[in-house]
Design a protein around this ligand. Structure first.
Ligand SMILES: NC(=O)c1ccc[n+]([C@@H]2O[C@H](COP(=O)([O-])OP(=O)(O)OC[C@H]3O[C@@H](n4cnc5c(N)ncnc54)[C@H](O)[C@@H]3O)[C@@H](O)[C@H]2O)c1
Ligand SMILES: O=C(O)[C@H](O)CO
Length: 386
């Protein structure tokens, strides 16, 4: 029998019981739920990753909806428990939902929400930060300084890579991949090569227009290319940033063979999901190719790193913080809460999950809709443009 989990309760007399498996940033999300007659219970247990048993306890006998986290395993057991408690809504506080078995949720009639859009720029900015940190060896140089090793300027000290004029490769040019591509192209005048299952016409138009602007100003224009295979990106790019969803097609997308196709001095960035890279193969590659560098926000077996990774000087590692800006995290909490609230209240689903701004405006009430429900079609939920 699992130990009881500690909770904090808001609006105890609310009609609908909504559980959040973690305290989330800001208070707007709590207020929005309370205003719509919800009793909000927040798990305050000092345990980073809750087990399935912990969450079943939190769900209890009566629960209308749950806001959960990407560290939780939302499959048969949890959706069964939620459905048994009368629950009809779940939302991840994340855009990625590879921790959720959506088919199982649909089977139990539970809507599954996620939080796209609000984290696009914040996540792309972290990918850009890792790119710069890796290119200019900032973490190594910082450690060197703090260790008291600096005894004067030297021509060879921490020489890194210039980005201007080099080629940035993006795998998965969706919301975040495209935002990152624009930052690198516009900010550092890099040429773009990308691979995605779909064409990103907006991104291509952006690079073309910026190239024309540069040309008109007497500068070398930037260029773009849509690669016909991922290997083309790996072979041609100097910087490669991974932004696909994690699913069966992207598991170990970057493996030993693909690493060997990349330039010896390339930089690989991953702010998508850890299992997109075969991390053990990456450690070997880093060991054998000291000029190859990586910037990683995500890991295959989070919270752990594969043996050897933490010792590699040519790796920069941060703990899954890509969406960690205050505005974004508060916005994610709001979108997740509104996903759950919308289903509970019987509201329709918002017509475009990418246009979430009306839900984030603190000075106006949000639309009466769920911002983003990934199984809306399968559940036959109505769609609305309000
Ligand atoms: N590190 C973090 O904190 C963090 C933050 C936000 C998102 N993410 C991750 O980033 C992912 C992408 O988010 P998004 O909002 O840009 O999603 P998105 O759906 O807009 O973009 C994903 C893109 O990947 C492409 N894709 C899918 N399979 C592919 C394949 N096999 N090869 C190449 N491209 C493929 C899709 O066509 C799509 O364009 C999320 O699913 C999540 O896992 C991580
Ligand atoms: O998928 C997501 O949203 C991230 O991993 C956390 O922001």
């Amino acid at each position: 029998m699992a130990k009881p989990v500690s909770i904090e309760v808001w609006n105890p007399n609310g009609k609908y019981r909504v559980v959040s498996t973690k305290p989330m940033p800001g208070t707007r999300w709590i207020n929005l739920l309370i205003q719509q007659d919800c009793r909000v219970e927040i798990c305050t247990q000092k345990k980073t990753i809750l087990s399935v048993e912990d969450i079943i306890q939190l769900i209890g006998d009566k629960c209308d909806g749950v806001i959960g986290q990407l560290t939780e395993d939302w499959g048969e057991e949890l959706f069964k428990a939620l459905s048994r408690a009368g629950g009809k809504a779940f939302s991840n506080m994340a855009v990625g939902y590879n921790n959720v078995d959506v088919n199982v949720a649909t089977k139990y009639g539970v809507a599954v929400g996620n939080t796209p859009g609000v984290l696009t720029e914040t996540t792309a900015e972290l990918a850009a930060s890792l790119t710069l940190a890796a290119a200019r060896r900032i973490v190594e140089a910082d450690e060197f300084m703090r260790a008291g090793l600096y005894d004067g300027w030297l021509p060879h000290l921490f020489v890194g890579n210039l980005l201007k004029g080099q080629t940035v490769g993006v795998i998965g040019a969706g919301r975040i991949g495209s935002a990152y591509a624009r930052m690198m192209v516009e900010g550092f005048k890099m040429n773009l090569i990308y691979f995605d299952l779909y064409q990103s016409t907006r991104l291509e138009k952006f690079v073309t227009a910026y190239g024309e602007f540069l040309k008109a100003n007497g500068e070398k224009p930037v260029t773009w290319k849509r690669a016909s295979s991922m290997d083309e990106v790996l072979q041609q790019a100097d910087i490669i940033s991974l932004h696909p969803v994690l699913d069966k097609t992207t598991y170990h997308l970057v493996n030993k063979e693909r690493l060997s196709k990349m330039k010896k001095e390339a930089i690989l960035i991953n702010c998508s999901r850890g299992p997109v890279i075969d991390e053990a193969a990456l450690v070997d590659h880093l060991r054998e190719n000291p000029m190859f560098r990586v910037g990683l926000d995500v890991f295959e077996d989070e919270p752990y790193m594969k043996p050897g990774l933490s010792e590699m000087k040519n790796a920069i590692v941060v703990p899954h913080i890509a969406s960690a800006s205050k505005w974004t995290r508060e916005g994610m909490a709001t979108l997740a809460a509104l996903n759950v609230l919308g289903k509970i209240k019987g509201y329709p689903v918002w017509f475009d999950a990418n246009r979430v701004e009306p839900f984030l405006n603190e000075n106006a009430p949000p639309p009466a809709a769920s911002p983003s429900i990934v199984n809306a079609k399968a559940l036959g939920l109505p769609v609305s443009k309000l």
